[in-house]
Design a protein around this ligand. Structure first.
Ligand code: PMV
Length: 338
């Protein structure tokens, strides 16, 4: 891609520095199926990424290797964030949406990277919001979503957009590819325990492997897709009515379908079993699979601590999160609006 020098501008309307944050996410149900047009339910996490940008003038950017190649400079506060050239490409794609020239970008991440928690979209969303501030736009400007998609495109090729929706959103949401995310109301809070159940796997590779399954047996694939779609439909009812035990069962069923798509691993199965034995209502891989995280639905805050400690005993890193209830909205929320 050539540098959009003719269109790029040094910001004049905004500030001389922009900052932004965006969230990580947990997919409760519907990963992979969402790539193929089914609905997914995701929640935004209270942790994610932070970005700070400032415009680089030509003299600044000529000093570094990156500067020569791309005109941009990226500083990572955490070495678990990798990406090298791809990160520079993603930044260039995002800033092109705002017609901006080279920038210096500082990134920090408060999530395990490449583990199904939407780290890449969180970094992209935070960067897009920082760039937006630089040109005087709000964090909710439509260009922010566009720039986050441009960033994600570099890493994932065929991203559904659910990670972006959760990165820029809050609470629980229903997402269908190509449509605006719909906030989901919860009658009761969701207590989630997350465990890192294996080394990171590439989302692109896992999405491609599911695509190959689709090509090799379309009839079987479509049956599984319909099953995952039905789980999401039922989960919407569970969220609305506060029926967490049934939601847990739907989560366990989803894990079986995802394992049938070869997305599970021994480590993921062990983590799911451990969480269930310790009292989780349901547990499944979350995100691309092939490694990465599991999510377990806990019946209570106190039980989350027990589930976390059982997982830690097995050597898994864990954390818990609560997604707050919004009962008012629940009463106003009807299926046909979803
Ligand atoms: O592993 P993550 O956080 O990139 O999540 C990927 C979710 C998928 O459904 C597998 C891909 C997508 O683009 O929706």
């Amino acid at each position: 891609m050539s540098e959009p020098k003719d269109r790029s501008v040094t910001p004049s309307l905004g500030t001389e520095e922009g900052s932004g944050t965006a969230s990580g996410k947990v997919i409760i149900l519907g990963e992979h199926a969402v790539v193929h047009g089914c609905a997914a339910i995701a929640v935004s996490l209270g942790r994610g990424a932070r970005a700070r940008v400032r415009p680089l003038h030509q003299a600044d950017s000529a000093n570094t290797k990156e500067g020569v190649a791309h005109g941009d400079r990226i500083t990572l506060s955490d070495q678990s964030v990798q990406g090298g050239e791809a990160l520079l490409d993603a930044l260039r794609a995002a800033r092109a949406v705002f017609a901006l020239g080279p920038v210096e970008l500082e990134l920090s991440l408060d999530l395990p990277a490449g583990s199904g928690l939407g780290a890449s979209a969180a970094l992209g969303g935070a960067t897009a919001r920082a760039l937006a501030q630089l040109v005087g736009l709000t964090p909710h400007d439509p260009l922010v979503a566009q720039a986050t998609d441009a960033w994600e495109e570099v890493f994932h090729g065929n991203a559904s957009g659910v990670d972006r929706a959760a990165a820029l959103g809050e609470g629980a949401l229903l997402f269908i590819r190509g449509q605006a995310p719909i906030p989901l109301a919860l009658r009761v809070p969701l207590q989630l325990v997350i465990a890192v159940a294996g080394p990171p796997a590439s989302t692109k590779t896992m999405v491609e492997s599911v695509m190959r399954l689709r090509q090799s047996n379309r009839i079987q694939f479509d049956k599984n897709l319909a099953a995952l779609g039905a789980l999401v439909d039922n989960a919407k009812i569970c969220l609305r009515t506060g029926d967490l035990s049934s939601l847990g069962q739907l989560i366990n069923l989803a894990q079986m379908v995802l394992a049938g798509w070869m997305l599970s691993t021994d480590s993921i199965e062990l983590a799911c079993r451990t969480a269930r034995s310790a009292g989780a209502l349901g547990a499944k891989l979350t995100g691309a699979g092939g490694g990465g995280c599991i999510v377990a639905l806990s019946p209570s805050d106190a039980m989350s601590a027990k589930i976390e400690s059982a997982l830690s005993e097995q050597g898994f890193d864990t954390f818990s999160t609560e997604v707050g209830a919004s009962p008012q909205a629940t009463c106003e929320h009807h299926d046909h609006h979803e």
